[in-house]
Design a protein around this ligand. Structure first.
Ligand code: CIR
Length: 305
């Protein structure tokens, strides 16, 4: 993987670094993106039976139809396979009703992973199986170096230019600082999140340099902070529905929620914003327990053996 020097924020780059960046040919930027986002594997985890009754949810009136959830999850993994990824699926663990949401357990950047500490204590036991699997795939695995750091992967967007971290109910400042020490090659930027579960409940990387954001008041606040604080260069696409703003960027294709679920206007806006094909995935059973598309997989480029 090509490594590039630590960025301290575009506004504070030294003259030589700034000159280097402005003269970087497009082909170099494309190569950088290819090395960071050309994934080989997707890690998923099967749904436990305890999911329907016990998965954490902000609205307890929402009832899961288990057969439908299983079928949506199967279509999701099939879409990842169709995108060219080898899907490795951890077995379900009945002790952890939310274990299907693997994204919350680790952050992988390039070929280095950091195991996370989910904000909800009841979810912390999910992390060990992810660590074991990442090690078996020969990924370098590290841990947060501060025991007070709390962070769900749903609060993290790795953009290729920086690591954006939502600071809200599940993730704290100590985690932002700890992740900056772990991933020294990228700036780590804290984005306040209020009124939704995670940063990625309202925003995600749609494609290299393009961030999709939802339309709720919580999304508009996040958009305001992204514009103020983000250190990379991005185009923002604002959609009328928060659910439309969560997409899985697989580099040569993108998984988005189905047109039926997000409406034709959002669907058109998304497909017009990107340059690679999109795959529609129905996912409403997972949204009943505050899950999104990104939360059910971790994408990575496994080192060749
Ligand atoms: C939770 O509240 O922890 C789960 N019910 C939903 C987690 C969703 N995670 C994600 O989007 N990364």
């Amino acid at each position: 993987m090509r490594r590039f020097g630590r960025l301290t924020g575009i506004k504070t780059l030294g003259p030589r670094q700034a000159a280097e960046m402005s003269t970087q040919p497009l082909v170099t930027l494309a190569a950088r993106s290819a090395s960071l986002f050309s994934f080989t594997h997707a890690i998923t985890r099967a749904l436990p039976q305890s999911f329907a009754e016990h998965a954490i949810r902000s609205d307890s009136s929402k009832k899961i139809e288990m057969a439908r959830a299983v079928s949506q999850w199967q279509n999701y993994t099939a879409a990842l396979k169709k995108s060219g990824l080898e899907v490795v699926t951890l077995p379900a663990d009945e002790r952890y009703p939310d274990c299907v949401f693997v994204e919350d357990t680790a952050l992988v950047v390039g070929q280095k992973a950091c195991l996370l500490r989910p904000g909800r204590p009841s979810r912390r036991g999910e992390v060990q199986a992810m660590g074991d699997l990442l090690r078996s795939l020969k990924v370098e695995v590290t841990e947060l170096d501060d025991p007070s750091a709390l962070v769900d992967g749903g609060d993290i967007i790795f953009t290729g230019q920086e690591i954006l971290i939502g600071a809200g109910d599940r993730s704290n400042k100590a985690a932002t600082e700890s992740l900056q020490r772990v991933f020294r090659d990228f700036p780590v930027t804290s984005i306040p999140v209020k009124g939704c579960l995670h940063l990625k409940s309202v925003a995600s990387l749609l494609q290299d340099g393009i961030i999709a954001v939802g339309g709720s008041p919580a999304s508009s606040e996040v958009l305001k902070y992204l514009k103020q604080r983000a250190q990379g260069k991005y185009k923002f696409i604002q959609l009328s529905d928060d659910h439309a703003a969560n997409a899985v960027f697989v580099h040569d294709s993108i998984l988005i929620k189905s047109r039926k679920e997000i409406g034709p206007a959002n669907f058109r806006k998304l497909t017009e914003a990107v340059t690679v094909p999109v795959t529609e995935v129905e996912f409403d059973e997972f949204y009943k327990v505050d899950g999104c598309l990104t939360c059910c997989s971790i994408l990575l480029r496994a080192p060749s053996k």
